[in-house]
Design a protein around this ligand. Sequence first.
Ligand code: SF4
Length: 317
Amino acid sequence: MTRPMIGISACLLGQPVRFNGGHKKDNWVTDTLASVADFTAYCPEVGIGLPTPRPTLRLIAKDSEIRAVDSDTQSKDYTAPLQAYFDQHTKTIGQLDGYILMQGSPSCGMERVKLYGDRAMPEKIASGIFAERLQKAFPNMPIEEAGRLNDAPIAESFLTRLYVYHEWRTTQPYQSAASLIRFHSKHKFLIMLHDYAGYRRAGRMLADLSNSSDLPNIAEQYLTEIMNSLKAISTTGQRTNALLHLFGFLKTYLEPSEKDSVLAVIKRYQQQDLPYVVPLTMLRHYATVHQQKDGYMWQQSVWAPYPEHLNQYKNIV
Ligand code: SF4
């Protein structure tokens, strides 16, 4: 696996760019994720020329629009400069494999940012101005907030999407029908793990690639489909289903006693008695042992969708 390049709110890397002159260094990002990925940092507020320290901004609802203004007087409107800052960097950001945003910020917050309106209390319903532009411009890009990445299933989905998107961008499987089919073939169990219906839809999209002029369009729709599927948090039922499908392919090579032990372990996982990684590792062992007979199973990305020492799924049941 090559190293993905991730865009990130600069304060999360420890840069002292916050309104109070501080930072919000995220140790998982700087210690763990940094071992496998590189970062390009953006601070939209410093980028538009605001000093550090500076008065805080807030989002307000005004004339059916969301505006970023200074919290004290609400007379200085920074919406257009923040939007322009994103627009200036759109091309570079488009080369990234994912983005990690600082939660709650009127510039960088992905969702649930406080929006001040007529009510006495602000409602947590908005996206920051920069983040809103980012999500609209790149709907297929994996984007998450640092705070949400403390949740293992959300982190697992983000890391999975990050590496699939990185592979899509760097190997460009959409260049030919054959490479697109190979890409899908490699990731099918991974997609199934998150969204069985999405996996079926994605497969159907590739059913007829005979007209090469349709390929760019189909490939783009396919990417949207699988990125949406991988965003879904996988349930125990979906994981069990995917494990049973993997077993179904591998069982030809197994002795009766081996089949029994695999099925027993899958059942214990289904009963939430064992973490997901246990039956997965067992099946992977048999895929490794029989890789000469079945290269298709061995090449599946579901065995290790991202570098294993990140291991977000080790405790997922
Ligand atoms: S949240 Fe965004 S705008 Fe605020 S300090 Fe961090 S990088 Fe800068």
